[in-house]
Structure formats: C-alpha cells, structure tokens
Design a protein around this ligand. Structure first.
Ligand SMILES: [Zn+2]
Length: 268
C-alpha cells in the first residue's frame, strides 16, 4: 500500500539519502515537508523555501514541499506565488498566528491564492507554541474560505480538541458544493494532535461524518533529521485503528496516500 506522510517538519536538512532510506524502512513512499517556520521576515521565508527546495531536489517525486507562509508579512502573496509556480512547491503551510482568517486585511491574500488555485495545510486546534496562539486556530474561522472556492485546504490535527467543530466545517464546506460550481474544498489531516484516548473515536467520527475517506489524509508531524521512529509508531498505531474500525483496503489507501497525492500533487 502506498503511504504518503502529509505533515513533516524540517529538523536538519543535511542528508537526503539517509532520510530516503529511513522512509524505505518505514514503508513510506512520499512525504510533504514544511519549510522552516518564519513569522516576521519575507527574506527569511524565501531563504527557508530555498533551503528546502535544495534538499528536496534529491528526489522531487518522494520529497514533496509545502511553503511556510505567514500571510500578514508584506509580500507574502508573491512569495506564495513563487513557491507554487516557480519553485516546485505542492502547497502552503499556514498557522493563524495572532490573526483570524476572516479579517478584511487578509482578503487580498486569499484572493490571490484563489487565483492560483492554491492548496493549503492549516494548523488547526490547540497550538503548543506561538505564545497564546491557540484561540486563532479554531477551524470555524476557515469558513471565510467559502468565498474563495478555488482554494483547497486541510485542517491539521483534526483540529483537536475541536474535532466536532472540524467536522462542522467539513459539513459546511460540503454543503457549499450545491450552490458553487466547484468541488468540496475542505479536507481533514489526521496528524496527531488527537491523543490516544480519543484518536480511534476521532477517526471513526471523521469517516462517518464525511461519508468515507475521500477528504481525509494521513500524516504524523514527524521531523527530518531524526530517525523517523515516531513516524513508524504513528503508522503502526493507525494501521491497527483502521483494522479495528473495519476500514477496507481502498479507503485505507485513500487516507494513507490518495488524498494527499491529489490535493498536494508532486511537481517534479
Ligand atoms: Zn505540525
């Protein structure tokens, strides 16, 4: 079964061939790696994007890239455009960092992302870091994007602890399909987040509410530069959960790789 980890952070970017070997050992074919986070500087954002681009050039089919963008940085839209149209990035990673997605000042950015048909992985849910930043990361604020129907977006961590709110946004975005001429633009990223005591129920609820696996993708929040043991641990745990829930092979493959490959395709 093809496995794609849709959510991997940058630790060290020194040895792509050893990373590829560790992916082989875990049975993971492709990862989407997020460029290093930068909250303030456009110059540093571009530098981070270039560093990941250089690293991922070792195998562009297997080492996918998401550009870490803070939309409130002046020039952010142009940076995102360069990532998507010139640098081989498959999409963007955004954390609502002390701003709300519905703020009017962000409308020009969303407009540009709509024109680019951008795919965006949003941090949603409690945020371990960024000072007191969690409250900006409620999935409900992403309802704003219904005004930009060409943007596809995934909500990371099933928005834990707001998993129900995450499903509500999924339902709201699905309902929009009936009056807009585009597809269902929202997705769930299963990356933990969800602690063990709730994970199985959260996955079962997501599958049930979304009517199957088509809008669900799998990821781990692993980090490059380490040993990827954490990725293996999550993979084994989730395989077990999928089996216990009776998820068939086709639905498992959709979550493990099909959805991420479709929303964040390789740009070689
Ligand atoms: Zn993460």
């Amino acid at each position: 079964m093809r496995i794609v980890d849709c959510h991997v952070h940058v630790g060290k970017l020194d040895d792509a061939s050893s990373l590829l070997r560790m992916m082989d050992a875990n049975g993971v074919q492709r990862m989407l790696i997020l460029s290093e986070s930068e909250r303030i500087s456009a110059g540093k954002t571009l530098e981070n994007m270039r560093a990941l681009q250089k690293f991922a050039s070792a195998d562009r089919a297997r080492l996918g890239m998401l550009a870490w963008i803070n939309p409130t940085i002046p020039g952010a839209a142009r940076l995102a455009e360069r990532a998507l149209t010139e640098m081989g990035y498959s999409g963007l990673k955004i954390i609502p960092d002390h701003w709300y997605a519905y703020e009017p000042r962000l409308e020009p950015f969303w407009e540009k992302m709509d024109a680019l048909k951008a795919s965006i992985l949003f941090h949603t849910g409690t945020l371990y870091g960024f000072e007191d930043g969690s409250r900006f990361c409620h999935p409900e604020y992403l309802e704003k994007l219904v005004q930009y129907p060409n943007i596809r977006f995934a909500m990371a961590h099933v928005s834990w602890p707001w998993c129900e709110e995450c499903l509500a946004v999924m339902g709201r975005m699905k309902a929009a399909v009936h009056y807009q001429k585009v597809g269902w633009q929202s997705y769930i990223d299963l990356t933990p987040g969800t602690p063990p005591h709730i994970r199985k129920q959260a996955i079962a609820n997501a599958l049930s509410f979304c009517g199957g696996a088509d809008h669900i993708m799998w990821g781990t929040d692993s980090t490059t530069g380490g040993n990827l043991n954490y990725q293996k641990e999550i993979l084994e745990g989730d395989r077990k959960i999928f089996a216990e829930l009776g998820v068939d092979a086709a639905q498992q493959e959709r979550m493990f790789s099909g959805t991420a490959d479709e929303v964040f395709p390789a740009r070689v």
